[in-house]
Write a protein that binds this ligand. Sequence first.
Ligand SMILES: [Zn+2]
Length: 89
Amino acid sequence: METKQKLQREYFKEKYNFICCNCGYEQGVKPSIMMTGFGINSGHGSCLSCGEFLHLEIEGGLDGENMVSELWDDFLKKTRSQNEPNKSQ
Ligand SMILES: [Zn+2]
């Protein structure tokens, strides 16, 4: 277990910069547990400036250098439409 955690810590940066898609404020955030623990490129947080709740993901995949933000509601809409079955039966 410990070995795994060490590997993941080396793999991920301590902090990623992202720009709030709502107000444009640039800030840093730690990778989420989903990213470091499960390898899923998905996280969330509130903007330090405007307080908007954001979905965050590492740009270009888990080995990327920065994060990108989008409004949580937009992320949910996107996720929902992806999970919807194709048309009604
Ligand atoms: Zn903001």
